[in-house]
Design a protein around this ligand. Sequence first.
Ligand SMILES: Nc1nc2c(c(=O)[nH]1)N[C@H]1C(S)=C(S)[C@@H](COP(=O)(O)O)O[C@H]1N2
Ligand SMILES: [Mo]
Length: 205
Amino acid sequence: MEDQDQPVVSRGFRGRPPAEPERLPPGQYLTTDFPVLATGPTPIDAADDWRLTISGAVERERAWSWEEFQALPSETFTVDIHCVTQWTKLDTTWTGVPLDTLLAEAAPSGATHLLAHCTGGYTTNLPLADVTGGRAWIASAYEGRPLSPAHGGPARLLVPHLYFWKSAKWIRGLELLREDQPGYWEVNGYHLRGDPWREQRYDDD
Ligand SMILES: Nc1nc2c(c(=O)[nH]1)N[C@H]1C(S)=C(S)[C@@H](COP(=O)(O)O)O[C@H]1N2
Ligand SMILES: [Mo]
């Protein structure tokens, strides 16, 4: 049979090892430092009066004090992060509570999206499908240490598979929505979803 004379591996791989999966989305460059980006000053969110609430299209509105939040089961995970200003940082390690755990307590009802609310007024919207299925966390530690205020401490949303503006710092509330509602940057022309692999930077991308 003629087919048996064909190489078993495809032509592109001959003579070199299998390619690493691509980790740099289009239009991004690698950085090793950790830039700080925010629209305003860094709020000092004392853990004492920190509360995380889930409201809106849910069966049960829920709220956690800092102490209650700390008692929830957390995960430590290593991910790459991608800022729309074009930096990508590989292998960042975080500890956080999966959004799945928190949302299960509140039981979303007819919700398709959520709006994250932060101390200082920043908001960002996300499809529910992007924050469920083990792809989003409320993170309170970075590289084994409590998250610094500059990077969103005491706790921030972390949705590493979307541009980093979706990872709301100083997170205080998750509002479940029955229809999409643009947040701070999205009102100002940024994409409603923000997938770095599809280069969804601006609303017409
Ligand atoms: N509350 C709040 N969260 C925010 C922002 C902000 O201005 N306020 N900026 C976003 C943007 S544009 C980016 S790139 C990341 C920056 O996170 P970092 O400062 O930890 O790098 O936070 C996101 N989360
Ligand atoms: Mo950003």
